[in-house]
Write a protein that binds this ligand. Structure first.
Ligand SMILES: [Mg+2]
Length: 386
């Protein structure tokens, strides 16, 4: 409720740093001719993406041991049957409960579902505590969303294998918070992310190492839509060109790809070859985020029902802080970050209230109006209120 600027979600920052570096581009252009340039990763980096399994639902379970063996879901308001499921634990998922579906649908499939109300501030606090645990392994820790964190482990392995260090991280997070983490390992961020999403989550120990050597066997057979950076629209375009797998993109002529999509096509082609120069950058906002002003969501939120819950929590938190500091404010700002494939949906808008307030409901009403007026109904990845 002050003039604070909205902190954009960390995913936004990563996107901007993923632009191809000029010297890299020049190196690629020098290889013109019928020979494909041979892409390589610059140095032997070790990057990890640590992802929390069923983050919200598993936090609730670790806080209430009586829920341990029960199917648990987090939903906006457990009393409203038309409410929406924000998160479900693995037991509930096995029983058919899906995120973003209506509560009554979930209850039809799983009548003994235990439904709890979300505690966003708690989830945000634990997210920061997990980042602090990872800081005991390396000083380069970058939160990507509330339940995913990048760590640069280059030069920080101290004689251990990446897999061993991943196991230590998983153990430490479990010991401290009773939460299950999965670790994707790769020579850069995109490889670590794909190692995590497509492989680590399916491993019993939750760890997978994607390398330049196993990439042709593991990554290339996957459908093109599974590649990082390829959204629905791009998937259709690539399929129209006859590119159905990541390997087919890797083996496509770079000039055909750049002719159609320019530098963006080149970035995708590089991703298919496992190339990404983006550094893991320390997030100086880690602790500032704890004040609950803005958050990057674990996935894209597409419906008002889902977004509303987050917005309401943020407004309550802003009001709490305002009261704690003995202030009252008159300007409400709502900021929204679009999903990866749709940055055009981002906005930040302000509204001046008629009177000063430190009341969450008043702030929320203004925030809801702002949001509904400016939101283009596209998926949302980060939300902030100040
Ligand atoms: Mg997760």
């Amino acid at each position: 409720m002050t003039g604070n600027k909205l902190t954009p979600g960390s995913n936004m920052r990563w996107e901007s740093s993923r632009m191809v570096l000029p010297e890299h581009r020049e190196a690629l252009l020098q290889h013109k001719g019928d020979q494909q340039p041979m892409p390589t990763n610059k140095k032997n980096r070790v990057v990890m993406l640590v992802d929390m399994q069923s983050f919200y639902a598993n936090i609730e379970k670790s806080y209430d041991p009586t829920l341990k063996d029960k199917p648990v879901a987090v939903a906006g308001d457990p009393k409203i049957r038309s409410g929406v499921i924000l998160a479900a634990c693995p037991i509930a998922k096995k029983r058919g409960v899906k995120t973003a579906e209506a509560l009554w649908e979930a209850q039809m499939k799983c009548p003994d579902l235990v439904v709890v109300r979300p505690r966003m501030q708690l989830y945000l606090d634990i997210s920061i505590e997990i980042a602090i645990i990872l800081e005991t392994f390396t000083d380069l820790v970058e939160p990507y969303s509330i339940d995913e964190i990048f760590v640069e482990m280059t030069g920080a392995l101290h004689g251990r294998t990446p897999h061993e260090v991943g196991q230590l991280m998983v153990n430490k997070i479990y010991q401290n918070h009773g939460l299950i983490a999965r670790v994707g390992i790769g020579p850069n961020k995109v490889m670590a992310k794909m190692a995590c999403d497509h492989f680590a989550k399916k491993q019993p120990e939750g760890i997978f190492c994607l390398t330049n050597d196993n990439m042709p066997d593991k990554l290339w057979p996957l459908p093109i839509g599974k590649m990082f950076g390829v959204g629905n629209r791009m998937e259709h375009h690539l399929r129209d060109m006859g590119i159905r797998t990541i390997g087919q993109l890797a083996n496509a002529e770079l000039k055909d790809i750049t002719k159609r999509w320019g530098i963006n096509g080149e970035v995708l082609w590089q991703t298919a070859h496992g190339i990404d120069e983006a550094p893991v950058t320390i997030d100086t906002h880690i602790r500032r985020k704890a004040i609950g002003h803005s958050m990057t969501l674990p996935r894209d939120y597409k419906t008002w029902d889902e977004i509303k819950i987050v917005l309401r929590e943020l407004c309550e938190e802003v009001a709490r802080r305002t009261r704690a500091n003995g202030y009252a404010g008159t300007v409400v700002t709502v900021g929204v970050g679009g999903s990866y494939n749709n940055r055009g949906s981002s906005f930040s808008r302000q509204k001046k209230l008629l009177t000063e307030t430190d009341d969450g409901k008043t702030i929320y009403d203004a925030a809801e109006k702002l949001f509904k007026y400016h939101w283009d109904r596209q998926a949302v990845r980060s939300v902030g209120v100040t």
